[in-house]
Design a protein around this ligand. Structure first.
Ligand code: GLC
Ligand code: MG
Length: 251
């Protein structure tokens, strides 16, 4: 067995099936100790909201936490995000202009304060309203010399981020920091904000069996032997995919 780098989303990917999570943990922990396998969580949650989840679920402490949809990178237990990454995101970003433009749309309900981050502005938006509101907001913010990215996930969450900030670019950044080859790196996800972990990537990918239509539709339209659609749900799907790619031995 050789070490690998596992980068996984939390809600409905790693977390969501308690017994599968326990089983995956019981395989991963010794792999980390014996072979130096590394674990990165990449979540839409803020650090505060991640800590809340970690107090309720048996999550192994990660080597790195990527929070707020790829906009913040925390090393082990540190409380301040990587300043180099924040610096990269600050170009072409103007939070106040975005908040002011979004205030024109009554369908955009701001998410709780804890989820509003320096490089992430987040709303709740119904699927029906999303089809109209997102292009209109995009048009409004166009031509303002801003470099933005709009991500709609799970049929309800709408995030506006700097163009360079997403889970995929954050994955490249941490993978390079850790010095791991793309062929030994594997990313797992279930919803819209995980798409960037899979689009035009060299790393291996696992789409868990319970993935949302927004990710599944894209997966089926863009087949790639480096990306595996599991039948198992959540951590069960991750375990299945790790075995599929030979990162773990067959059970
Ligand atoms: C998490 C975050 C939320 C975000 C969503 C989708 O639920 O807490 O702010 O909108 O992920 O990225
Ligand atoms: Mg998820």
């Amino acid at each position: 067995m050789a070490p690998f780098l596992l980068i996984t989303d939390l809600d409905n990917t790693l977390v969501g099936d308690d017994s599968a999570l326990q089983e995956l943990n019981s395989v991963l922990q010794p792999h980390r100790q014996q072979y130096g396998t590394q674990l990165v969580y990449s979540t839409g949650r803020s650090l505060t909201s991640y800590r809340h989840l970690a107090s309720e679920q048996p999550l192994l402490p990660p080597d790195i936490l990527v929070s707020a949809v790829g906009t913040e990178i925390y090393y082990s237990d540190r409380d301040t995000p990587d300043p180099l990454w924040s610096e990269k995101l600050s170009q072409g970003w103007d939070r106040e202009q975005i908040v002011a433009a979004a205030a024109h749309f009554s369908n955009l309900t701001p998410q709780p304060d804890s989820e509003q981050r320096p490089f992430k502005v987040s709303y709740y938006l119904t699927e029906q309203a999303a089809e109209e509101v997102i292009p209109q907001l995009q048009a409004m913010l166009h031509d303002r010399d801003l470099n933005l990215q709009f991500i709609y996930s799970g049929g309800k969450d709408f995030d506006i981020l700097p163009a360079h900030a997403n889970k995929g670019n954050a994955m490249t950044f941490v993978r390079q920091q850790l010095g791991v080859d793309p062929s030994r790196t594997i990313a797992c996800g279930d919803s819209g904000n995980d798409l960037a972990l899979f689009v035009d990537r060299e790393e291996r990918g696992i789409v868990v069996g319970n993935a949302m239509p927004e990710l599944l539709t894209w997966h089926h339209a863009n087949p790639n032997p480096n990306r595996y659609l599991a039948t198992g749900r959540c951590a069960g799907g991750i375990l299945e995919g790790l075995r599929h790619f030979g990162f773990l031995p067959q059970s």
